[in-house]
Design a protein around this ligand. Structure first.
Ligand code: GAL
Length: 632
């Protein structure tokens, strides 16, 4: 599949006279895909059952006539106002018990049976009309499940569905009481229909209850999604796609991805740095106009794993300042091109910009597009066009097996969000720190799911924070040099402490005997350099102590190729650890210049300079916000 550019377009936002010129200019800019329709329900079906396809037919004709391939979205993330008259109880409810009202988007509860059926119905109607239309080359289902914090809903529909889910999982109320330890604080239930949702309790609800609710909520997304998948599969051969978001972790993307063909995600590097990443003020100032150097690549690698046969796209690429983060600086000149090339180097088939032209109205009127609201070109357009010219010279990018794998597991995020034991203990953050350390040492990385059974192709595998480790993964880790911990295999599936206590892994005589969480300003120095932050464990067992804190606590233990990390390292300590492991694994770790990141494909090495100053690397000077590549 050739690499290609795309764009998100809203014909319903613009006078019809503009469409043909827009389409021609897209093609001129090297764009070949256009996504439409995902928010257009109120124009497709203005009154229940009154379908208006005339405008959509004409938009499809114009866009396709210009040579563009169309991705058609199902509009289910924006149910129109009349839907509420039909289903007044379809609205999601937040953890404080507030109903999430109409007037923006994503206001539905995944558990509402009536709305779920209505979503399936509109997918059927669209599938009937356009499923065999050769101008529609792909379908996007819904838009960004989970955006705006919309997975966990505490509605009556969710409560009823949760009870039914619990009956399936536990079969008897005694089994549930036992699994959750409800004897504690007299929380025992006598029947499933007495179980509520884990919100509005006086203090923390039972963590097993909360984890069950999180698992249930993820399963509800999957069930909701599969209704539309079934509707479309019966009506089209075109690939089905969903566009995931950055650091949205409340549902298992591997489960959603299993029934569709391509994973895609929406990459807003500068918005993410401001809105959803930890980091010092210095780090945030340094990367203010570039985005965090690892956040995008992390998601590229994650969604490559989520996509069937590794197929993935960037469905929405930030083109200029966004509107939704606390502060919204402009990208440094060159960054739109850098982000695009980084995605291609990680295997994206398509990079599609959001959006063609900035809307002069409504919530996103301050969000840049490739064109300004007055239709003049915005700075992102020329960068996109440059990428378009460049990929014409390198249409194929062959990926290769990375030397290092990182195991990623959504239920571990839910486990530690439920039982953090210290403010700021986030599984995602721990994973991004590990990923960052590997990248600073120059490695290309594959992210793999926790149901992986074969890791023998990797020289080195990291699985930090993996709360409850499947048996097969435990065996697979034995095939390679591996690092687990902190908090790996520390709890059961029900979020209880097991006996023997964790990690209890084959070939690793280590027990995490006691744990401590540390406030943000505290660091425990480590002998030989670096420090521990956030978290440290007391480790028992006969495995060798390889790194020790000044307190005498073992930080890294090793038993042959298996290693256990009993703490959360700072950046310096992470890099020491990665260098040591790489050596054991026969890999050459580097120390890259600040802000530089590499990605190796089968034929090329790509180097991305996220930093604000030029760097010298392997005989080349790479300017800020620039990307270089050469053959390997
Ligand atoms: C995405 C969303 C788009 C648009 C964009 C703005 O989260 O899918 O519809 O809102 O953000 O950055």
């Amino acid at each position: 599949m050739n690499r290609a550019l795309g764009v998100c377009y809203y014909p319903e936002h613009w006078p019809e006279e503009m469409w043909a010129r827009d389409a021609a200019e897209m093609v001129e800019a090297g764009i070949s895909w256009v996504r439409i329709g995902e928010f257009a329900w109120s124009r497709i079906e203005p009154e229940p059952g009154d379908f208006r396809f005339d405008w959509l037919d004409r938009a499809i004709a114009v866009l396709s006539g210009a040579g563009l391939k169309i991705i058609l979205g199902t509009p289910t993330c924006t149910p129109p106002r009349w839907m509420l008259e039909r289903f007044p109880d379809m609205l999601a409810v937040d953890a404080q018990g507030h109903v999430r009202g109409f007037g923006s988007r994503r206001h539905y509860c995944f558990s509402h049976a009536g709305y779920r059926a209505a979503s399936g119905k509109i997918a059927e109607v669209l599938g009937d009309r356009y499923g065999r239309d050769a101008r529609i080359h792909a379908w996007q289902i819904d838009n960004e499940y989970g955006c705006h914090d919309t997975i966990l809903s505490y509605s009556e529909a969710a409560r009823d569905a949760f009870r039914a889910w619990l009956v399936q999982r536990y079969q008897s109320i005694d089994a549930l009481n036992d699994a959750w330890g409800n004897v504690f604080w007299s929380m025992e239930y006598r029947s499933f229909d007495k179980i509520g949702l884990p919100n509005l309790t006086v203090t923390q609800p039972n963590p097993s209850h909360e984890l069950a609710f999180r698992r249930f909520s993820s399963d509800q997304v999957v069930a909701y999604h599969e209704v539309q998948v079934a509707a479309l599969r019966a009506r089209t051969e075109a690939p089905l796609i969903h566009n995931y978001m950055g650091r949205v972790l409340e549902f298992d993307h591997f489960d959603v991805g299993a029934s569709i063909d391509i994973a895609s995600w929406d990459s807003y590097p500068i918005g993410f740095l401001s809105d959803r990443l930890e980091g010092s003020a210095e780090h945030k100032a340094r990367y203010l106009q570039q985005g965090d150097p690892d956040m995008q690549a992390f998601h590229h690698d994650l969604y490559r794993a989520v996509g069937k046969d590794g197929r993935w796209w960037v469905m929405e690429q930030q083109p200029g300042p966004v509107n939704w983060a606390p502060h919204n600086p402009a990208p440094l000149p060159g960054m739109v091109r850098l982000w695009s090339w980084e995605a291609f180097a990680h295997g994206a088939e398509v990079v599609s910009y959001f959006r063609w032209r900035q809307a002069p109205f409504a919530q996103e009127q301050m969000h840049a597009g490739l064109k300004r609201p007055d239709n003049a070109p915005a700075p992102g357009l020329e960068e996109a066009a440059q990428v378009g010219r460049e990929i014409a010279d390198m249409p194929q990018i062959a990926l290769q097996q990375a030397p290092v794998a990182l195991v990623f597991d959504y239920p571990s995020e839910w486990a530690w969000a439920t039982l953090p034991q210290g403010d700021g203990f986030s599984y995602f953050r721990l994973m991004l720190d590990a990923y960052r350390a590997l990248r600073r040492c120059g490695f290309s990385i594959d992210i793999v799911p926790s149901n992986t059974t074969d890791l023998s192709a990797y020289a080195l595998v990291l699985a930090p924070g993996l709360a409850a480790m499947p048996e097969a993964l435990q065996q697979a880790l034995g095939q390679t040099v591996a690092l687990v911990g902190p908090r790996s295999n520390a709890v059961t599936d029900e979020l209880r402490i097991p006996t023997p206590m964790g990690p209890d892994l084959p070939g690793l005589d280590v027990t995490a005997a006691r744990v401590e969480s540390l406030p943000p300003h505290v660091q425990r120095p480590v002998l030989g350099g670096g420090a521990v932050q956030h978290w440290i464990e007391d480790l028992d067992g006969s495995a060798d102590t390889l790194i020790e804190a000044e307190t005498g606590q073992a930080v890294l233990k090793g038993d042959g190729p298996m290693h256990y990390l009993g703490a959360w390292p700072d950046a310096e300590l992470w890099e020491r650890i990665v260098h040591g492991l790489a050596k054991e694994a026969g890999l050459a770790a580097q120390n890259l210049p600040e802000g530089l990141r590499l990605r190796d494909t089968r034929t090329h090495r790509f180097a991305f300079n996220y930093g604000p100053e030029p760097v010298d690397f392997q005989g080349k000077t790479i300017m800020p916000a620039d990307v270089a590549w050469w053959g390997i």
